[in-house]
Design a protein around this ligand. Structure first.
Ligand SMILES: [Zn+2]
Ligand SMILES: [Zn+2]
Length: 283
């Protein structure tokens, strides 16, 4: 009876069973006290065979075209098998007979009288119910942790993007303002002073998304909060408008638009500024 229920892919009808599989079925039917296997009815054994073979997609996993890992080839797979101890292993079934023999003997419930969640003498298995609850809780916790990690990574990425965007916007603003004052005839120390004052106000309106460099900011505020920038340029200045805080619009850190492609003049200035900063850092 049980023999007839063995999938044809494992043993063609009418052929003898592979001895290991035959032994496993006998152990289930007659019980094996030494191995802690209680006896089962033929119906229970058949149900167990079917749950294992079809429930674990063994027909697919034993096909020559199945790829359980990147080392799988048509003739087989040399990679370590997937086991409870090695969940990363390849789940391709190399030998249908020995796989099914091991699968039907596998008792994942600590209660040997449990037949996949149902106690053979009657009633649901409490151990299985508890384990199912634990599995669901663990899966929920894992999903939550994954979601949290994903959100954190996205936040880090957004911060990095806005830090880079702010640095670019800051340099671009300094260049714009420097050129504006230069065209109005300001130069030398007065130019540097006015640019610095303008940029200090700009930085206060555009907080660093990576966090403020506190000491530096405080020092700047101490030096410059006494006066508002006053740039009395020619009224017919056609260039970019002088911008007080009120003219700057609702710009926010992290929302830097795509910069128009920078001019060669601007790029040369940035290069020069970066080198000057390096030199001053080097002492
Ligand atoms: Zn493989
Ligand atoms: Zn159980």
């Amino acid at each position: 009876m049980v023999r007839a229920a063995i999938p044809a892919a494992v043993a063609r009808p009418g052929t003898a069973l592979y001895p290991g599989l035959h032994r496993a079925i006998d152990d289930l039917l007659t019980g094996n006290e030494c191995a802690g296997i209680p006896r089962r009815s033929p119906e229970q054994v058949i149900a167990r065979v079917n749950r294992r073979w079809y429930g674990e997609h063994a027909d697919t996993r034993s096909g020559a075209d199945y790829r359980g890992c990147d080392r799988c080839t048509t003739p087989g797979c040399e990679a370590p098998r997937r086991t409870p101890e090695n969940p990363e292993g390849c789940d391709r079934i190399i030998n249908r007979n020995s796989w099914l023999a091991a699968a039907i003997l596998q008792q994942d419930c600590p209660d040997p009288g449990c037949e996949d969640g149902v106690i053979m003498s009657g009633g649901d298995c409490r151990a299985c119910r508890v384990r199912a609850q634990e599995r669901r809780a663990a899966a929920r916790a894992a999903a939550e942790a994954e979601e949290r990690l994903r959100a954190e990574a996205a936040a880090r990425e957004a911060t990095a993007a806005s830090v880079a965007g702010r640095a670019e916007a800051e340099a671009s603003e300094e260049f714009r303002f420097r050129m504006l004052l230069g065209r109005r005839g300001t130069y030398g120390a007065m130019l540097d002073h006015q640019v610095e004052r303008h940029m200090t106000a700009w930085r206060e309106r555009h907080p660093d998304p990576a966090g403020p460099p506190l000491a530096l900011d405080a020092a700047r505020r101490g030096r410059f909060t006494d006066e508002e920038p006053d740039h009395d340029g020619p009224a017919d200045e056609p260039g970019p408008e002088e911008d007080g805080p009120e003219e700057d619009g609702p710009e926010e850190a992290g929302s830097w638009g795509p910069a128009s492609s920078p001019s060669a003049e601007y790029q040369a200035w940035r290069e020069q500024r970066a080198q000057a900063r390096l030199a001053s850092l080097g002492g």
